[in-house]
Design a protein around this ligand. Structure first.
Ligand SMILES: [Zn+2]
Length: 206
């Protein structure tokens, strides 16, 4: 393909002025557009792709050869039938565009709520940061062993009322990012000062 960036790929399969419908592939004018690939005659296509895998290692520094698990993201060699690779690429791209469509939709919805926010509304915009690895000012050598360094989840966001707003960040060693975890992280935020008059909240937008 001639495009160098993901944004160029997306521009080239959407209308010149792209809408949410283009990104969701529901637009009658561009839904059938696909990325153009240079001719490729081989049956098998070789490429590199990022994979996240859980690796187990024995911590030789521990007294009982403790096994530690760690998530590692690596670029791996891969190969597929060329037609399967192209179909897979198209599917990944469609999913990514739908994600961008949802982001656009949320931005618009959030803008509308902020413009018309009432004293009874609470708008919370939050998302996960990447997991962070902890570091001590002074560390014993065994901490450098892969997998023995602790990781934490950060959940960052902003809570908006009509009269005030407050940014927040919660931290936990629990690394699940599902809906239950989101509300566990939001609980202290919902109890904080910006929300002291929570009794008056009738609408919660997230
Ligand atoms: Zn379109």
């Amino acid at each position: 393909m001639k495009e160098k960036r993901a944004s160029e790929l997306i521009e080239n399969v959407c209308c010149p002025v792209k809408s949410e419908q283009c990104l969701f592939r529901n637009c009658v004018n561009c839904a059938d557009k696909r990325v153009t690939f240079f001719p490729y005659s081989e049956d098998i296509f070789q490429y590199k792709k990022w994979d996240t895998v859980v690796e187990q290692k024995v911590n030789s520094k521990s007294n009982d050869d403790q096994v530690v698990k760690s998530k590692v993201t690596k670029k791996n060699e891969a190969s597929d039938k060329t037609s399967d690779f192209l179909d897979g690429f198209h599917n990944v791209m469609t999913q990514h565009m739908a994600h961008l469509g949802r982001v656009e939709h949320q931005k618009e919805a959030s803008k509308e709520i902020q413009e018309n926010i009432s004293p009874e509304d609470l708008l919370v915009m939050a998302d996960w940061s990447e997991n962070y690895q902890c570091k001590c000012a002074e560390e014993v050598q065994s901490v450098h062993f892969g997998g023995s360094r602790s990781e934490v989840s950060l959940h960052t966001g902003i809570a908006i009322r009509k009269e005030n707003r407050e940014t927040f960040c919660t931290i936990s060693s629990h690394k699940e990012h599902g809906p239950i975890s989101i509300f566990a992280h939001l609980k202290p935020t919902l109890e904080r000062s910006v929300l002291e008059d929570t009794k008056n909240i009738s609408s919660f937008h997230e």
